[in-house]
Structure formats: structure tokens, C-alpha cells
Design a protein around this ligand. Structure first.
Ligand code: AMP
Length: 405
């Protein structure tokens, strides 16, 4: 059996508990990047996930400055990406006054911070309104530094990016650490890397094999098996000369898929692929039909896993003690192609395994299935959770780690 893979996890990283916050200017970088529809928040998961750290800082007497990005604004004039609705919601949830500030680098803002009273916080307007943010510009970080005695990063979903409020700024600050959300994320993700309970399976889906190669490579020595659905599966099926019709296939990854199948077999591990499918004539169809076997007719494409596959995948989940799920089993955004994805969520909900869901589409699918509350953990960061699992160093964490010789 392969040795457990070491993870640096939270080694050498302080948490908000380690600092005296009383009357200190606490700069809290959050991921308040929520989806908005005409200025209305359509999913407030990330706001709710940020509350414990905000509350802790307030309860410990901090002068609190909140910062986040939202979307990819074209510039300060792009009001569709304003954090204003987020500020309003925070104010309601915490029963505090949230003062939205457009100019972090101004005497007015610095004066406001110093005069903050109990139950008042400052929310900096979308940090991506400043070109220096995504460039990790020291000048932008320098402009923010006077607002910071203690720097806390709790923006897990942005920690894989070397951006100014994640990376350049904490380099200028002595007292720095993480909040409760990141602490929880890393503790759960480490359960997938360090001595996971066995049997351990990774249920992977979504659009592309290429997005998941690095995580497959990392997990191949740790898991007992892979369960692969979604469009990803068609590349693996085609690699075995099974006809997949017009289904999404990454032709340039066929060789990789062939090698991967051989490597999984050589390690005596399991690889489960769909044995039947829901197929349609076009990706835009709203209804499909179930195939009688694994082959997909020339004129059709796979849009979801079929009922026999659901049964087989369900058994594997039932027998597992740890499950990592990343990626939907079909085009779950179309209601009649969502059955496979939601069935996987249901099987996970009914299992006693440690079940950890990667962020992004899988988090949305778990939410829509109605089973989100039954998962052990749903990551708030899609890209960040995958990068962490595949062994990449997250700039937002590394910058907080005390150097050891
Ligand atoms: P990812 O971000 O790689 O997890 O991919 C998520 C996307 O994969 C979702 O938008 C799904 O609609 C899409 N997807 C899943 N299964 C299929 C499929 N059979 N054909 C096309 N797209 C799919």
C-alpha cells in the first residue's frame, strides 16, 4: 500500500485566535463573491460561511475592515459588480452598520477606521475595481497597509490566486493568519490526503478530463478507486473503442485516458465508468432517452448517466468510507438531465462515509439536489480546493506560513 501523502496543511500558520484583536485594525479578506441577478443575491452560501470569523473579530473588540472581490469587473464604473447588496445583507445578518467605502487609500477612510464604534464595520468596495489587485501590485498593497494591524485571510475561494489583498498585502504585515473558514476547509481537505478512511473513492465528473488530470494523478496512489461520470467519461469510453456518438470527447486526451486505465488496473484499483446513458440529439434538447447499453448511436450524445449506472455508482458509494465528489454526472442545469447528478447526491446523503464535495458546479449541484446539509463538507472554493488536493501550494496560505529552516 502506498504511504500516506504528507500535506503541510496548516503547519506554521496562525489563526485569528492567536492574536489580541482589542482595538486593533483587523483587515479581513473574505470571499464574498456571490452570484447576483439584477443586484439580488441568488446564493448567499459564501456570506454565511464568512460570519463566524466576522462575529469572532467583533466580539473581540476589533476595528474591522472587510475586503472582497466580486466577479470580474471591467473597472470602478462597473456597478454590476458592486458589493453594495452584500454589505446590506451582512448588515441584516449581523445587525450591525456596514459602511461601504469606495476609496481605501484616503484620509477619510483612515479616519473612519480609527473612529469605528462597536457594531460598525467597514466594507471596502470590490477590490478588483483597482487594477493593482489582480496584478498583485505592491503599490496597491502599500495603499492598504495603513488600514492593517492584523491581517486575516478567510477567502479560501481566492487563496489560489496571487492577488494583492491575498498575497502582496500580508507580506507587509507582521501579525497575520487565517480565519475559521480556511481552517475548516484545510482540515476537511486534509482528510482526503492524510490517512483517509478506507475504502476511499473519488467520484469525478464535469466537462473535461484535462481539468481533472492533476487531481487524478495526485489521488491515484491514495484512493481505492475512481468513479467517472459526466462528459469526462466519454473520453475514457472512446479510449476503449466504445462508440460515444456525438458526445463531448477530448481527442487529444485519448492516449492519456488509455494510460490511466492501465495504471489504475496495474495498481489493482477500481475504475467505474457508465454502462448506460441518457442521450439526446443536441445539447440544447430538453428531454432525452435511455440507452440499452454502453454504446451511444452515431447521431446522439450523452447528457447524463443512465439508471443502471446510477445503481452501480450508488453501490460503490454505499461501500466507501471516504468519498470525494467533484463534477456533475451530466448536464444538470437541464432538469431532465439532472437525475444522475442528484441521485449521486442522494446516495452520498444516505451514506455514513466522510463525504467531501469540491466547490463550483458540484457545490451548486449538491445545493440544488436538496442534500447539501447531509454532506460532511462542501468546499466554498472550486479552483482552490482542486489545486490544494492536487498538491499545489496556495499563494494565499504560503504567505502566512512561518518559515522553518
Ligand atoms: P466542471 O466545471 O468541469 O465540473 O464541469 C461542469 C459542467 O460539465 C456542467 O456545466 C455540466 O453541464 C457539464 N457536463 C456534465 N456532463 C456533461 C455532458 N455529458 N455533456 C456536456 N456537458 C456536461
Amino acid at each position: 500500500m502506498a504511504a500516506p501523502i504528507a500535506s503541510n496543511g496548516l503547519k506554521g500558520i496562525k489563526t485569528i485566535r492567536d492574536f489580541d484583536l482589542q482595538d486593533k485594525k483587523v483587515f479581513l479578506r473574505l470571499d464574498l463573491n456571490v452570484p447576483l441577478d439584477n443586484g439580488k443575491i441568488t446564493d448567499e452560501t459564501r456570506i454565511l460561511a464568512s460570519l463566524p470569523t466576522i462575529k469572532y473579530a467583533l466580539d473581540h473588540g476589533a476595528k474591522l475592515i472587510l475586503a472582497s472581490h466580486l466577479g470580474r469587473p471591467k473597472g470602478p464604473g462597473d456597478k454590476s459588480n458592486s458589493l453594495e447588496p452584500v454589505g446590506k445583507r451582512l448588515s441584516e445578518l449581523l445587525n450591525i452598520e456596514v459602511m461601504l467605502t469606495e476609496e481605501p487609500d484616503s484620509d477619510a477612510t483612515r479616519a473612519l477606521v480609527n473612529s469605528l464604534k462597536k457594531n460598525q464595520v467597514i466594507l471596502l468596495e470590490n477590490v478588483r475595481y483597482h487594477a493593482g489587485e489582480t496584478k498583485d501590485a505592491p503599490e496597491f498593497a502599500q495603499a492598504l497597509a495603513p488600514l492593517v494591524d492584523v491581517y486575516i485571510n478567510d477567502a479560501f475561494g481566492a487563496s489560489h490566486r496571487a492577488h494583492a489583498t491575498i498575497h502582496a498585502l500580508p507580506q507587509m504585515i507582521k501579525e497575520k493568519g487565517i480565519g475559521f473558514l480556511i481552517e475548516k476547509e484545510i482540515q476537511f481537505l486534509d482528510q482526503l490526503l492524510v490517512n483517509p478512511k478506507k475504502p476511499y473513492i473519488a467520484v469525478l465528473g464535469g466537462a473535461k478530463v484535462s481539468d481533472k488530470i492533476a487531481v487524478i494523478e495526485k489521488l491515484i496512489d491514495i484512493v481505492d478507486g475512481f468513479v467517472i461520470g459526466g462528459a469526462m467519461a466519454y473520453t475514457f469510453l472512446k479510449a476503449q473503442n466504445i462508440s460515444v456518438g456525438k458526445s463531448l470527447v477530448e481527442t487529444e486526451k485519448l492516449n492519456y485516458a488509455r494510460e490511466m486505465i492501465a495504471r489504475i488496473e496495474a495498481r489493482n484499483k477500481t475504475l467505474l465508468l457508465p454502462v448506460d446513458h441518457v442521450v439526446a440529439n443536441s445539447i440544447k434538447d430538453t428531454a432525452g432517452e435511455v440507452t440499452s447499453g454502453v454504446s451511444i448511436p452515431e447521431t446522439q450524445l450523452g447528457v447524463d448517466i443512465g439508471p443502471a449506472t446510477i445503481k452501480i455508482f450508488g453501490e460503490a458509494i454505499k461501500n466507501a468510507a471516504t468519498v470525494f465528489w467533484n463534477g456533475p454526472m451530466g448536464i444538470f442545469e437541464t432538469p431532465s438531465f439532472s437525475k444522475g447528478t442528484f441521485a449521486i447526491a442522494e446516495k452520498l446523503a444516505n451514506s455514513n462515509a466522510v463525504k467531501i464535495v469540491g466547490g463550483g458546479d458540484s457545490a451548486a449541484a449538491a445545493e440544488q439536489s436538496g442534500y447539501a446539509s447531509k454532506m460532511t463538507h462542501i468546499s466554498t472554493g472550486g479552483g482552490a480546493s482542486l489545486e490544494y488536493l492536487q498538491g499545489d501550494k496556495l499563494p494565499g496560505l504560503e504567505v502566512l506560513r512561518a518559515r522553518t529552516k
